[in-house]
Design a protein around this ligand. Structure first.
Ligand SMILES: *Cc1c(COP(=O)(O)O)cnc(C)c1O
Length: 437
């Protein structure tokens, strides 16, 4: 890097994380681009190696963090590592307060990788009941083929862990707030319980806690600081922020980096360089700005919905009436120490039966799809545009109708992912759409 690196080294004491997140670590040995302000896009799948000796050194260095982790990288081939991904990973680890981060082609790529390195045939994964639909599908439809089982329990009561954990348990996996019902789970308490259990286990047999932090984003919550071993994100959502690129990341301790690198190399779910660049350049630096706006809007929208006579329930961690409110206030804290309850709202409309409230929800969303300028019927979240969807028939359609309740889903539940519009305009459209029912 440039000569003035010394002068411009990031100083966590002096500046706020919001400023740091724009500059990243502001010191990298991943690439020399001292005369650019914005990192250039690397678009080379393979790298010139000068000599066989340099090639051999590159292969020696790869996935050998203990011996070569701090050296400037010798790039070989995109699937092993390249500048844009490597810089994004440094900055994601920094934002999430983890020792290292490794990027993947999607959130599901990241989830498969972390579970892939932590489990083998015969193991069990304990999860919260409510999870993203494709994560449920991964655990229900694929892992049984390798005799890896899944025990879903209600982790909003952490004592349920004591019955769920057996000799076979290797991973506790959860989302908080959970997709889509926004259940909030006490990460610190789970870590205390698991720490105790781990004291009687051999190091290789220890249980790891994995938290999917996609809904909160690194801005609202940093699970590693609360005792989680790993955080995963779908970068496609709030961190990517603009709805243009897919991506995923695993953040955790350095000791796991090499196994994750080898897994990524061989299973191949590698993040595209151009997507890495977009997330590094646009997504991560604007995360605090976007989240702050979306949180304000989510609060206004949930206050409005809660008072509306046609609304049966509203789940939002920022509502005093929400069952996870007190815990959220403790756990969901932004870079500046403020309560940051996230940008998603889950609500249901009144009906005399679950079937009726499902039909009314469907009618409401169809009206929104046709008429509401500020709300788009689409899956995904954390974008510039407000997105609305029906989890039971879309993101969570893997859950059969008779299992919805068990999985914490309301048959008519509506998921609203706030965007960057003026909140008054969203309230106007919501009011109009509710009038049609
Ligand atoms: C979308 C999502 C995922 C999967 O991410 P992709 O990037 O779509 O693969 C995982 N977890 C949660 C909570 C999500 O919302």
């Amino acid at each position: 890097m440039s000569d003035n690196k010394e002068k411009k080294t990031s100083n966590e004491e002096k500046y706020s994380m919001e400023t740091h997140i724009i500059y990243g670590k502001n010191e990298t040995n991943k690439w020399d681009y001292s005369h650019h302000v914005t990192a250039p896009i690397s678009s080379s799948t393979t790298f010139r190696l000068d000599s066989v000796e340099r090639g051999a050194a590159g292969f020696m260095q790869f996935a050998n963090t203990t011996e070569h982790g701090d050296e400037a990288p010798i790039f070989i081939y995109d699937r092993l590592g390249e500048p844009n991904k490597d810089m994004l990973e440094e900055n994601l680890a920094y934002a999430e307060k983890g020792e290292m981060a490794l990027s993947f082609s999607s959130g599901m790529g990241a989830i498969s990788a972390v579970l892939g390195i932590l489990t083998s045939t015969g193991d069990d994964i304990v999860t919260h009941n409510t999870l993203y639909g494709c994560t449920i599908s991964l655990l229900m439809n694929w892992y049984p083929k390798y005799q890896i089982s899944n025990t879903p329990v209600d982790l909003t009561n952490v004592d349920n862990l004591l019955d769920a954990v057996t000799e076979k348990t290797k991973v506790i996996y959860l989302e908080t707030p959970a997709n889509p019902n926004l259940d909030v789970i006490d990460i610190q308490k789970i870590a205390e319980i698991i720490d105790k259990i781990n004291q009687n286990r051999e190091p290789a047999n220890r249980i790891n806690i994995v938290v999917d932090n996609t809904f909160a984003t690194s801005f609202c919550q940093r699970p590693i600081t609360l005792g989680a071993d790993f955080v995963i994100h779908s970068l496609t959502k709030g961190i990517g922020g603009f709805g243009t690129d897919m991506g995923g990341v695993v953040v955790g301790r350095k000791e796991f980096r090499d196994r994750l690198l080898l897994y990524r190399k061989d299973f191949g779910a590698v993040l595209g360089t151009k997507s890495a660049w977009a997330i590094l350049t646009y997504g991560l630096p604007t995360l605090p700005l976007r989240q702050r706006h979306q949180i304000q809007t989510a609060k206004l929208v949930s206050d409005f919905l809660e008072k509306h006579p046609k609304v049966e329930f509203v789940n939002y961690p920022g509502l005093a009436s929400f069952k996870g409110y007190e815990l959220a206030k403790k756990q969901m804290i932004d870079f500046n120490g403020n309560f940051a309850p996230g940008s998603l709202v889950y609500f249901g409309l009144k009906g005399s039966t679950p079937e009726e409230s499902k039909n009314i929800g469907g009618k409401f969303m169809d009206y929104v799809a046709d008429n509401s300028y500020t709300m788009t019927l689409a899956v995904s979240l954390g974008h510039t545009r407000t997105l609305i969807e029906h989890p039971a028939s879309m993101t969570h359609s893997v859950v059969p109708a008779d299992k919805l309740h068990e999985r914490g889903l309301h048959p008519g539940g509506v998921r609203l992912a706030l965007g960057l519009e003026n909140p008054d305009d969203i309230l106007l459209d919501l009011d109009e759409a509710l009038k049609q029912l």
